[in-house]
Design a binder for this molecule. Structure first.
Ligand SMILES: *Cc1c(COP(=O)(O)O)cnc(C)c1O
Length: 466
């Protein structure tokens, strides 16, 4: 009888490393990773055989190795299906870029570019120079600068004007965004002393006026991006606040958060403040994100008065918060699309998804339902089409939702739902839905690739959940 610990039939790591199949894997994944995985695999097999399992043949060992390497080399950043119903999902990377922006970014990645070189004069140029004219044209601002994200935009603006001085904010606008961005903390980091005025639900012009002192550097207006105060409320509109600030000779900084460059009501979406309106309303500086409603890569814009922007650019923090050429290229291409508002909803994925007609999504759900129901019913799940509501996300229009449609997957024993959701996340192209009310909802608003979705669900149905 053969010694059960005898692994000669599948032999050693060294011999397997020399087989043509494994050599091909080394070319793909590198020697170190392949050797490490092979070693682990053979040691597990050795243990299993000692424990009484049958000896696998070399083909099985190779197949196992293949799937382990495949799993190891998959990035967590791989593309996925965002069926959460939140179009600008911060945890899923916010805006998807327009093809024009992708092409510009790829060019910038591949070749040298005149990032800080003025091609006309041969002298040193400026990064912001690639965006300034376009941003000013689209917002009506005198000048503009761009940094890493909107949090950075607020930070550098506060640090430049408010350091060691006071900044006035309404108690109704002391926001926290996604845990890490809390206005009072950002102020502290920027070295500005926070002066709260008004109450949570009502702040009046006289509250701001009373708080202004010799030490006041700025008044900060913050868009309440992710909540809304309703009922007995009062806030001071931007234009009135600008008048108060200018009377006292202090800067009005308006943090719009998402902000938008176009009036969204034009596309049938409820109104989010436009950057142009904020500038026209007299704000000295306006800050907003690049990857929220604007639909570009992560970035933070500061637009406003020329001498103030120049001062921000002289702050050494600017260097620490600056953008690379890839994002500048993508931003410039994204902004250029705004020059043609009639085609914007076709070309900018964020807007395209937000304006996708409910009927179109409903038809897609009807089309997919029979196949998906058949695939999942063998695992005890029932699938039906459903109406649902999508959100813009990333703190734009927090209360308004958009009617949408999708698939509702459920089972008497809802425990299996979490298992299904978990299995869908491990796919080569993960499928991310939303667990809600004892069902897994797949909101189809952001679904383009129906075939890919069916492939993923087929894989789950075939391999099982466990
Ligand atoms: C989203 C948001 C921020 C932070 O912007 P990021 O681009 O995420 O850094 C700041 N202020 C407001 C009002 C926001 O909505």
């Amino acid at each position: 009888m053969a010694d059960p610990g005898d692994l000669r039939p599948i032999a050693s790591v060294d011999r397997m490393l020399k087989t043509p199949d494994v050599t091909a894997l080394i070319e793909l994944h590198g020697r170190a990773l392949v050797t490490e995985e092979l070693r682990c695999l053979l040691s597990e097999i050795r243990q299993a055989v000692r424990d009484g399992d049958a000896m696998p043949n070399e083909g099985d060992v190779f197949a196992s190795l293949l799937s382990r390497l495949d799993y190891r080399s998959r990035s967590n950043l791989r593309p996925l299906f965002n069926l959460t119903g939140t179009v600008l999902h911060t945890n899923l990377g916010r805006a998807l870029l327009a093809e024009e922006a992708i092409a510009a970014a790829v060019d910038a990645m591949r070749e040298a570019a005149a990032l800080e070189l003025d091609l006309d004069t041969g002298r040193r140029g400026e990064r912001d120079g690639h965006l300034r004219a376009l941003v000013c044209e689209l917002t009506g601002a005198e000048d503009a600068t761009v940094v890493n994200n909107n949090a950075a935009a607020v930070l550098i603006a506060l640090a430049t004007f408010g350091e060691g001085r006071e900044a006035i904010v309404s108690r109704g606008e002391l926001i926290e965004i996604g845990g890490a961005f809390r206005m009072p903390d950002i102020m502290e980091r920027a070295g500005a002393r926070l002066v709260e005025v008004g109450t949570t639900n009502r702040t009046h012009a006289r509250d701001y006026r009373k708080a202004i002192r010799a030490d006041t550097a700025l008044i900060l207006k913050v868009h309440t991006s992710n909540y809304r105060i309703e009922g007995f409320t009062a806030e001071v509109a931007g234009a009135e606040l600008a008048a108060i600030a200018h009377e006292a000779g202090v800067v009005l900084l308006n943090d719009l958060g998402s902000g938008t460059l176009v009036d969204l009501s034009r596309y049938g979406l409820a109104g989010e403040p436009t950057v142009r309106d904020a500038v026209a309303g007299g704000a000295d500086l306006v800050t907003f994100s690049g990857d929220k409603l604007l639909g570009g890569p992560q970035a933070g814009f500061i637009v406003g008065r020329k001498e103030l922007i120049a001062e921000i650019n002289r702050n050494p923090l600017k260097r620490a918060l600056r953008l690379d050429k890839i994002r500048i290229a993508a931003l410039a291409a994204t902004l250029a699309l705004y020059r043609d508002p009639d085609r914007l909803a076709e070309r900018l994925p964020t807007l395209k998804m937000l304006t996708r007609p409910e009927e179109d999504i409903r038809q897609q759900a009807e089309r997919l339902k029979p196949n998906i129901a058949k695939l999942l019913e063998r695992h005890g799940f029932a699938v039906e089409t459903c109406r649902c509501r999508s959100q813009i996300g990333s703190g734009a229009l927090p209360v308004d939702t958009i009617p949408s449609a999708g698939l509702r997957i459920h089972r008497k024993n809802s425990g299996g739902l979490e298992k299904l959701a978990a299995r869908l996340r491990t796919l080569r192209r993960p499928i991310i839905g939303r667990l809600n009310d004892g069902a897994l909802i797949l909101d189809l608003r952001c679904l383009g690739d129906e075939v890919g979705l069916l492939e993923g669900i087929t894989q789950v149905a075939t391999d099982g959940l466990w």
